[in-house]
Write a protein that binds this ligand. Structure first.
Ligand SMILES: [Zn+2]
Length: 137
């Protein structure tokens, strides 16, 4: 195998699964699950651009949403201000997690960006919270 580790231009293969089958996509700017600007990959701050094949680029988006939802849910559990502080938002997040889990189930092999077990665990935590009696006050 040839190893061509050019740091400046590495769009020859997917950074997640290593496939060389294109098209490869560079993650672009956008909004995260909660509508906040997502600028971690902005050109000025992005020191090591990542390129992903179509499947991994979708998984990367799922991973991002999952992490955002988990972070907000952790804040909620800790009693901090959270973007999930509302039944509507919680329900929307749960729907998204189920969607993520379903998509991951359809891609059993390949990308390892996101572990379906983690997603299912978070769904379980949310369900436990939803089933818990409301805290008075
Ligand atoms: Zn890939």
């Amino acid at each position: 195998m040839m190893t061509d580790a050019s740091p400046s231009f590495s769009a020859g293969q997917c950074d997640a699964c290593g496939t060389e089958r294109g098209p490869l996509l560079k993650l672009s700017l956008g909004k995260d699950f909660f509508g906040r600007p997502y600028d971690r990959l902005s050109p000025s701050a992005d020191q090591s651009p990542k390129w992903y094949c179509e499947t991994c680029s979708m998984h990367k988006t799922l991973q991002r949403d999952f992490r955002d939802i988990r972070a907000e849910f952790d804040k909620l559990g800790a009693g901090h201000a959270s973007a999930l502080a509302g039944a509507d938002q919680l329900q929307r997040a749960q729907l998204r997690l189920r969607e993520i889990a379903a998509i991951l189930n359809g891609h059993a092999s390949g990308s390892r960006l996101l572990d379906p077990a983690d997603v299912n665990a978070l769904i379980g935590r949310m369900q436990a919270q939803a089933g818990a009696p409301p805290v008075a006050g």
